[in-house]
Design a protein around this ligand. Structure first.
Ligand SMILES: C[S@@+](CC[C@H](N)C(=O)[O-])C[C@H]1O[C@@H](n2cnc3c(N)ncnc32)[C@H](O)[C@@H]1O
Length: 178
C-alpha cells in the first residue's frame, strides 16, 4: 500500500470521527442559518460588552456574529478538534482575538458562571442534561437561547415559532408554572 493511501485513509478516519462522535455527546454538526443566528441574538437582547457562550460552536458563526454585530465578548465551546481549529482560524482572520475565543472542550465540563447569554443548537437529550447545569451555574437575569430544543419544564420568556427559537431568563421565567 502506498503512503498516499494510508494518509488519505487516516484523514478520512479523522473526518468521519469528527462527524460521528459529537452526535453521541451533544449533537452532530448542523449549522444554524445566519438569519436565525441574528434572530437568536436579537431575541436575547445581547448588549455590547456582555459575555455570550455558544455551547457547540460549530464553525463559529454565532460567536463571530455576537462580537462583530452586537459588540459582545464571546466564547465558543467545541468538542471537535477540526471545528475548534476552524473557529480559531476565523477568529484570527477577523482579528477578533481580544473579544472572541474558542475552547476545545466538552461543554458539560465548562463553568458558565460568567455568561450573560448562552446559546445552543443540540440534541434534545443534551438540552435535558443542560437544564440542571444552567440552574446551578447561571446568574439571575442570564438568558438562554435554544434553537429547536425547548428546555423541558421551563416557560420561555419569548418564542419565535417560525424559526424554532426559545428564550429563557434565569430566575424569572425559567421555572415552570406549577
Ligand atoms: C448542531 S451544531 C451547532 C453549531 C453552531 N452552534 C450553530 O448553531 O451553527 C452542534 C455542535 O456542537 C458540537 N458538540 C456536540 N456535543 C458537544 C459537547 N458535549 N461539547 C462541545 N461541543 C459539542 C458538535 O461538534 C457541533 O459542532
Amino acid at each position: 500500500m502506498s503512503t498516499a493511501y494510508w494518509l488519505l485513509s487516516i484523514a478520512g478516519g479523522v473526518i468521519a470521527l469528527s462527524i460521528v462522535l459529537p452526535a453521541f455527546v451533544g449533537g452532530a454538526w448542523s449549522p444554524t442559518s445566519m438569519a436565525r443566528v441574528r434572530a437568536m441574538l436579537r431575541l436575547a437582547n445581547l448588549a455590547p460588552g456582555e459575555t455570550l457562550y455558544d455551547l457547540g460552536a460549530g464553525d463559529g458563526r454565532i460567536i463571530l456574529t455576537a462580537a462583530r454585530e452586537f459588540g459582545a465578548r464571546s466564547v465558543g465551546i467545541e468538542i471537535d478538534p477540526l471545528r475548534a481549529a476552524l473557529c480559531n482560524w476565523r477568529i484570527r482572520l477577523g482579528r477578533l482575538q481580544d473579544r472572541v475565543r474558542v475552547e476545545r472542550a466538552n461543554f458539560f465540563e465548562v463553568d458558565l458562571r460568567d455568561a450573560d447569554v448562552v446559546t445552543f443548537y443540540l440534541s434534545q437529550a443534551a438540552a435535558d442534561r443542560l437544564k440542571d447545569k444552567f440552574e446551578a451555574e447561571l446568574r439571575p437575569g442570564a438568558r438562554v437561547v435554544s434553537h429547536r430544543r425547548p428546555v423541558p419544564g421551563w416557560r420561555p420568556a419569548a418564542v419565535d415559532e417560525r424559526r424554532g427559537l426559545y428564550v429563557y431568563v434565569m430566575g424569572k421565567t425559567h421555572a415552570a408554572d406549577t
